[in-house]
Ligand binder design. Sequence first.
Ligand SMILES: NCc1[nH]cc(CCC(=O)O)c1CC(=O)O
Length: 307
Amino acid sequence: MARPFRIGTRGSPLALTQANLARSLLSAAHGHDAAAYEIVPIRTTGDAVQDRPLAEIGGKALWTKELDRALIEGDIDCAVHSMKDVETLRPGAIAIAAILERADVRERLLGAPSIEALPEGAAIGTSSPRRAAQMRRMRPDLRIVPLRGNVDTRIAKLTTGEADATLLAAAGLQRLGRSEVGVAVPIETMLPAPSQGAIGIEVRANDPDSIALVGAIDHEATRACVMAERALLAALQADCHSPVAAHARFEGGVMTLAAQLLSEDGAEHVTGRLSGHDGVALAEALARDLLDRAPPLVCARFGKCAA
Ligand SMILES: NCc1[nH]cc(CCC(=O)O)c1CC(=O)O
């Protein structure tokens, strides 16, 4: 290559680790020297504003807007994202060229050996509406306190007593070399966020060379699962503040998509699962079914209900 292929990323330790993983996979797939790739960290609004609730900052595209602009303007050739943080509707000028093989999708609980073992009234630090609602559903006695910052900051805030316990994605901990921290929560107990554990690489939609280069490291099964989970969010018209969990997986060539919608306070919820071969069709059917069966408070949160 004439010049290095520029890999755009957020500057957090987890984002940089993920960008380096993308670089290693790309150089291995194409037999390039690592120097053929350049990591370009870009500061996002979500990283810059650490002291206010996410919903207050404006909500949408907090982690992607600056990277989108750099990509579209040609300052970078691709952008590496945690797919969990990427909005369901992407700009037409941007294409997802690869989704990497998914890591452990589970949540890990830090601060107690299990959810049942949490002391009465314990403070759970999380800024995720999904995690908050799921915890309130299982343990209405718990208090939810906001906890933001990158993974290491959140772990540190437990030590300083800002919260008694927290939940973090196993995938992020693993990638930061902290896979021993906390205990894994089975997905049957706590269904993860849609796209949790999946890294996506975006390119300009009108850049066929980058589409081919990056497409070489796509993991087809992960892509199908993540696209089904994202199609469910689209069909629900959910956004990043919606308390929704979803997880798709293949078993013997058949995809099973499971999902849970909750009211903010966790008092009401609806769950469902469907199996089949077309992930997007499964997502649309499951969304219809969940909205049809949603109790009133869940319905109020997700709009589009029949009632
Ligand atoms: N919202 C922040 C975020 N985005 C991606 C991850 C972890 C990695 C992943 O889920 O792919 C995290 C931290 C967390 O939820 O623990």
